[in-house]
Design a protein around this ligand. Structure first.
Ligand code: DAT
Ligand code: MG
Length: 139
């Protein structure tokens, strides 16, 4: 059965462009409840560890560089069928392919600077949530 928790980050491009409020509004309007939330900045080491799963991919260095280039907003979200519904809400990785009305269609700049992260499985959502938040920061 699909779980009810997912994990997201508002990426440095969207924070810098002043889109934290717009994106959080789209998330809550879509029926997600915020269980944990913080603004922070990832070091290169932490960003590299977070994206370790992509270590062999050609864009890994670029991704780590970008994700540590400025502040981000991390959040744990709750909704029925959270992981899949959130992937639908954010749209395709490349905003050129993202469906109209999705967060990436509205806010992403390009395939690398694409406004938001969304966990891709229940297992990764749990791993990523506890990577960023202690049990005392989740409500
Ligand atoms: P998603 O974020 O949609 O789950 P992913 O897991 O395949 O996509 O990749 C993680 C991030 O890496 C993605 O949000 C942006 C970056 N990325 C992916 N493909 C890329 C590419 N071809 N060039 C540059 N960055 C890329
Ligand atoms: Mg992914």
């Amino acid at each position: 059965m699909a779980g009810n928790i997912t994990f997201t980050m508002i990426k440095p491009d969207a924070v810098a462009a002043g889109n934290i409020g717009g994106i959080l509004n789209m998330i809550t309007e879509a029926g997600f409840t915020i269980k944990a939330l913080k603004m922070t900045r990832l070091s290169r080491d932490i960003a590299g560890k977070f994206y370790e799963i992509h270590k062999e991919r050609p864009f890994y260095e670029e991704l780590v560089e970008f994700m540590s280039s400025g502040p981000i907003v991390a959040a744990v979200l709750e909704k029925e069928n959270a992981v899949e519904d959130f992937r639908t809400l954010i749209g395709a990785t490349n905003p050129a392919d993202a469906a109209p009305g999705t967060i990436r269609a509205r806010y992403a700049k390009n395939v690398g600077e694409n406004a938001v992260h969304g966990a891709d499985s229940d297992e990764n959502a749990a791993r990523e949530g506890s990577f960023h938040f202690s049990q005392y920061e989740m409500f």
